[in-house]
Design a protein around this ligand. Structure first.
Ligand code: GLC
Length: 422
């Protein structure tokens, strides 16, 4: 690394430290009888604790402040239900925005402070990072039983047919709320924010009416999707979990998790891949019909070590093609060849329909390295750093111009620091 690069990294690190200081939320939650300590995604826009955001925050904190990284995980686990489920959002403290019907977040749940939705199950990766840079096996001993209950919940409640793929029951369970992958299923054309609101309300009300019961939700089949991104992350995290269990000496459980992870990988490769358009597709409903592809979810299988070389090559080529995902500031959340691609978020609020996100870049860069494409991974890491230098820690960025959009001081964009290290 030349001196200039080292200096740029040092500046980024200082900015991340300041950002994480400003977004830290600590206090006592009477309703839980416990102290909390988490990082909010954005003080202005997302004041609460979100599941996959917190996992990313713990990964960033693992090298900056290991005790605080542990607290981030411990606070997430405080919200765990007895059956293992962890909500996608937790309102630890009261906030004046709670009563704002137009607040830029949604929460539906049987309990006003906890949502009943999940988010991409990346907890094992976060726990692995925190253990690696902190107290290692001692930390694992403390948290692994709860983390295992969480992955058992995923299997029991979301993989009813045992095919290895978990299903989501609401678009925002994917973490990629308005991705065009679901447009056809939702009956949405264009990107009018009100159309998404209406579709989400319909699904939310249906799930509520069914008592959030997975079997009944699957049977009613309003929105039951085996999402590609969610399942790539589920596969990877089961394999990480297997390694953690093995480190902690629980070899039987480690073997079981490895087998579960391999089943997820095999189903993704067999069932979600189309030879026709050479892309990965989400599967909808009991009939498991393929939904349209052409979104970034189809690039994420690069993360999986067992991805066949020809498919890995195709993903790399798509990332290099300016008419596909190879924009000036990759990787756009939708291929520019997809008619649904938009450079900027419609109404300022419609997400995951074109702009580049730093969390998905982090996954793609790591995946490229696993498949021997350090050159391309370096480019994505450099471009992620450039996005932050030009536009700050924003929620997402114009993939062609680098203009920032959405929430400001957005904490998971600090993953660019992780990428600068790899
Ligand atoms: C948006 C994103 C979601 C994220 C949340 C909080 O809803 O789509 O992935 O968890 O904001 O940052």
């Amino acid at each position: 690394m030349s001196r200039t690069d080292a200096e740029r990294r040092g500046e980024l690190r200082d900015q991340v430290v300041r950002l994480y200081r400003a977004n830290r939320r600590q206090g006592h939650a009477e309703w839980r009888g416990a102290d909390y300590d988490y990082t909010c995604p954005s003080a202005e826009t997302y004041p609460f604790q979100w599941f996959w955001d917190s996992c990313f925050h713990a990964i960033v904190l693992s090298r900056l402040d290991p005790p605080r990284a542990e607290a981030e995980i411990a606070t997430l686990l405080l919200a765990q239900r007895d059956d293992g489920f962890i909500p996608h959002m937790v309102r630890w403290a009261d906030d004046p925005r709670d009563s704002d019907p137009d607040a830029p977040y949604r929460i539906a749940g049987e309990q006003p402070r906890l949502s009943s939705s999940m988010q991409p199950p990346i907890l094992a990766e976060a726990v692995a990072a925190v253990a690696e840079h902190g107290r290692g096996a001692a930390f694992l001993r403390e948290v692994l039983p709860a983390v295992r209950r969480y992955y058992d919940w995923c299997l029991r409640e979301r993989d009813g047919d045992g095919d290895g793929l978990i299903t989501i029951f609401d678009p925002h369970e994917s973490g990629m709320d308005q991705t065009p992958a679901y447009d056809a299923l939702l009956g949405i054309e264009g990107d009018d924010p009100a159309a998404f609101e209406a579709a989400w309300r319909r699904i939310g009300q249906s799930n509520e009416a069914l008592g959030q019961d997975p079997a009944r939700i699957v049977e009613r089949d309003v929105f039951v999707v085996a999402d590609v991104a969610v399942n790539v992350l589920y596969a990877e995290n089961q394999l990480v979990m297997s390694r953690l269990l093995s480190v902690s000496g629980d070899h039987d459980a480690a073997g079981a998790l490895e087998e579960r992870g391999r089943r997820t990988v095999a189903s993704l490769f067999d069932r979600c891949w189309s030879n026709g358009d050479q892309d990965f597709h989400a599967l909808a409903g009991q009939a498991q019909h393929m939904l349209p592809a052409g979104t970034l979810a189809g690039l994420l299988p690069i993360l999986l070590e067992d991805l066949p070389a020809d498919r890995a090559d195709r993903i790399a080529r798509r990332l290099e093609d300016p008419a596909d995902y190879g924009t000036a500031f990759p990787a756009p959340s939708v291929s520019v060849a997809n008619p649904a691609y938009r450079a900027a978020p419609a109404g300022g609020t419609v997400l995951w329909r074109g702009p580049t996100w730093i969390n998905t870049n982090w996954y793609i860069a790591r995946g490229l390295r696993r498949h021997g494409r350090d050159d391309l991974a370096d480019r994505i890491a450099a471009s992620s750093l450039a996005l932050i230098e030009r536009s700050g820690f924003r929620e997402h960025y114009d993939a062609r111009t680098s203009q920032g959009y959405g929430a400001r001081d957005f904490a998971w964009s600090a993953l660019a620091l992780e990428m600068a290290r790899d």
